[in-house]
Design a protein around this ligand. Structure first.
Ligand code: CO
Length: 226
């Protein structure tokens, strides 16, 4: 008995279950993928992309890293972005943060050390850039939640400012970039009200989003328009 037999058994049962519903499922998917969405999220085990939005294999192209950061020189993330946009021609890029993110909390508290400290420095840059917003929070818990939201706004910006995205917009490719935050406490994905579909729209969207955070309670998501 191998130590991971239970993992392999679960996999067999899962594959059998899918085939029972749809015998051609895997054969069809093995020929091509045509996802409409690129998900850029946190590596946290509690934020499994497909399960949260109840999408089967083939519908989400996924990139995950600690604290869902989009760094201009991260060839891993950039390669995913390029493949998703230029080859798969996804219609939507979703940057998905989550409340209760350990990476965000570590960055907020200056507790990152070694290699990960360098990675989380990007989140600390976000924190330092938005001290005025964070200082409105009553306690550290709320500050961490707000920093999750600010980090999503900034990372959506990095996607929008990226030349792969800029070139796609210049050629007239239909592509929307969105910012969401997932709440571990209730399983709900909240729309940050950030959505950019052109180079021109992004700056305004970003400023509106940050202004709105000043008056919006943490964890509230987009205010419903009356
Ligand atoms: Co996280």
């Amino acid at each position: 008995m191998g130590q991971l037999d239970h993992v392999l058994e679960k996999n067999r049962a899962w594959a059998e279950g899918i085939k029972a519903d749809d015998p051609q499922f895997f054969q069809r998917l093995s020929n091509q993928q045509a996802p409409e969405y690129l998900w850029i999220g946190c590596a946290d085990s509690r934020v499994p992309a497909n399960q949260i939005v109840d999408m089967p294999p083939g519908e989400l192209f996924v990139h995950r890293n600690v604290a869902n950061v989009v760094v201009h020189t991260d060839f891993n993330c950039l390669s995913v972005l390029q493949f998703a946009i230029e080859v798969l021609k996804v219609k939507h890029v979703l940057v998905v943060g989550h409340y209760g993110c350990g990476g965000i909390r570590t960055a907020l508290r200056n507790e990152g050390f070694g290699l990960i400290g360098n990675w989380l420095r990007h989140v600390q840059d976000v924190r330092d850039r938005h001290q005025s917003v964070l200082s409105n929070c009553d306690n550290e818990h709320d500050q961490a939640d707000r920093l999750c939201e600010l980090n999503v706004i900034e990372q959506v910006g990095h996607v929008c400012q990226n030349n792969i995205v800029q070139e796609a917009w210049k050629r007239g490719q239909r592509l929307n970039v969105h910012g969401f935050v997932y709440d571990l406490a209730d399983g709900i994905l909240r729309d940050m009200g950030l959505s950019a579909s052109s180079a021109e729209s992004w700056e305004q969207v970003k400023q509106n989003s940050i202004d709105e955070l000043i008056v919006r309670p943490v964890r509230s998501g987009r205010q419903k328009k009356a």
